[in-house]
Ligand binder design. Structure first.
Ligand code: NAP
Length: 483
């Protein structure tokens, strides 16, 4: 079995030591493309987590006071280490997660870009000197690292979701206790090795695998963890927000989405189809910003559906590790069954399958990329996240109708619209209740911009200059008696 150039770690990082679970128990990790067990990771719980928090608290005392230049230098080395190992890291990611290799390479690259971005951005984390109401005072506003950060990440972007948390935390001078998703632990654990290799001090980064409830519970209960940053489902996010109340932690929540993708009659059809393919089928439809609902205006509807179906049928499905594959397997059988149930529900309520609709002939958790028309607000995907390769197309007549339908969800993460009407673009900017809007663009994530949702899609931003805010406390100091 390949160890991916020594980057597949089967132990956890606590206080600079690579260790197993106290119980000696381990959890198997599966390759969703083959069903094969590729390795095991420790099944840690609350006791190991408490030790990791203690190590992070001890390390914080020095780390938070280090020279900015020193932290920035380490982050640049980490960026370089990620890119030097990009191919092996991408192969490891594909092996545990299933996404095609070209997407995995892209994920490693954007993770490295986040590290570089926050190494640059921390230099601009300025405070303020505020004009004082009286001549004898000076009012200073300064910014300080929040303390120990708990970071919990999902399986769909197991490397870059951790990058967006680790990089600003480390840049700000925080220390971290991280828990990657159990389905995809290796892409998380390897961050610990790379941090250690480039010289981050012991205890600054700690990474644990195992029981989500036990590790998450210990993180949430600890008064020493001052901030929790979570990416995952809205359901778990809500539970963590509730748990954060007892110790009044800062929380950042990147939660579920239900993205609308609106195509107006005046759209460029080629661009809309190209944008639709990337906004829908990236990572087999398993991204929080994936289109959940296509709203297509009646004048362009049939042409759009025809072209979308042709492009969908042409997707190459297979093991993501093989050249040319564009769609890998889904993460597990629950994900397959969820998509199947949504298709059955929609057909039962009058929808028609244009292409796909079945499990793929490859077996396992492969599913045919699917296009379905005649979607209505009564169907389950109108309100629930699909998280799979299913394009559900709704037809609409007016702009008002499309905006109202797009907003009829408790989610508010990403949204997309294709139109060439400039005035409409600004009506969409004001009318769409989403944290992110792509106009004539199906892929909008970039390190320079704030990624995050509104409503039940979350709290806080990752990336952009805003991505540092949650890792810094603002302190005000009044200096009086200055004459
Ligand atoms: P999930 O089930 O909520 O799991 C996310 C993480 O939380 C995993 O590490 C999981 O551990 C852990 N977890 C589960 N139960 C927990 C508990 N009681 N206490 C503490 N931690 C707990 O989500 P997922 O299925 O991995 O990811 C898919 C979801 O993430 C989708 O809803 C997607 O939209 C969302 N997402 C959002 C963004 C964004 O930026 N807004 C980005 C990517 C994904 P285990 O793996 O051990 O269960």
């Amino acid at each position: 079995m390949s160890d991916f150039g020594g980057l597949m770690l089967e132990t956890n990082l606590i206080g600079g030591d690579w260790v197993g679970a106290d119980s000696g128990k381990a959890i198997p990790v599966n390759n969703p493309a083959t069903g094969e067990i590729i390795g095991h990771v420790p099944d840690c719980g609350a006791a190991e987590t408490d030790r990791a928090i203690a190590a992070a608290s001890a390390a914080f005392k020095n780390w938070s006071r280090t020279d900015l230049n020193y932290r920035v230098g380490l982050l640049h080395k980490l960026h370089d280490a990620l890119l030097q190992n990009q191919e092996a890291l991408a192969q490891l990611l594909t092996a545990e997660q299933g996404k095609p290799l070209f997407e995995a390479r892209g994920e490693i690259a954007i993770g490295a870009a986040y590290v570089r971005w926050f190494a640059e951005e921390i230099r601009r984390a300025k405070g303020e000197i505020v004009p004082s109401p009286t001549a004898d005072r000076r009012l200073l506003v300064t910014r300080h690292p929040v303390g120990v950060v708990g970071a919990i990440t999902p399986w769909n972007f197991p490397s870059s979701m951790l990058a967006r948390k680790l990089a600003p935390a480390l840049a700000a001078g925080c220390t971290v206790v991280a828990k990657p998703a159990t389905a995809t632990p290796y892409s998380g654990l390897v961050w610990g090795k790379l941090c250690q290799d480039v010289g981050f001090p012991d205890g600054v980064v700690n990474i644990l695998t195992g029981s989500a409830r036990a590790i998450g519970g210990a993180i949430m209960a600890s008064p020493d963890v001052r901030k929790v940053t979570f990416t995952g489902s809205t359901e778990v996010g809500k539970a963590l927000i509730r748990q954060s109340a007892d110790t009044v932690k800062k929380v950042s929540m990147e939660l579920g989405g239900n993205a609308p993708f609106i195509v107006f009659d005046d759209a460029d059809l080629d661009a809309a189809v190209a944008g639709a393919m990337v906004a829908k089928y990236r990572n087999m439809g398993q991204t929080c910003v994936c289109t959940n609902r296509f709203y297509v205006q009646s004048g362009i509807h049939d042409a759009f559906v025809k072209r979308l179906a042709e492009a969908t049928e042409a997707l190459v499905v297979g093991n993501g590790a093989q050249d040319g594959v564009q769609q890998g397997p889904m993460i597990d059988m629950n994900a397959v069954e969820k998509v199947e149930a949504m298709i059955a529900d929609a057909i039962g309520k009058g929808a028609s399958v244009v292409t796909g609709g079945q499990r793929h002939g490859n077996g396992g958790t492969y599913f045919q990329p699917t296009v379905l028309t005649g979607a209505t607000s009564e169907m389950s995907f109108a309100t629930d996240e699909i998280f799979g390769p299913l394009s559900a197309v709704f037809k609409f007549e007016t702009e008002e109708e499309a905006i109202a339908a797009a907003n009829a969800t408790e989610y508010g993460l990403a949204s997309y619209a294709y139109t060439n009407d400039l005035a409409r673009v600004f009506r969409l900017n004001e009318g769409l209740h989403y944290g992110m809007i792509g106009i004539n663009a199906g892929l909008i994530t970039t390190v320079e911009a704030p990624f995050g949702g509104v409503k039940e899609s979350g709290i806080g931003k990752e990336g952009g200059s805003q991505g540092l805010d949650d890792y810094l406390e603002t302190k005000y100091m009044a200096v009086a008696g200055l004459g």
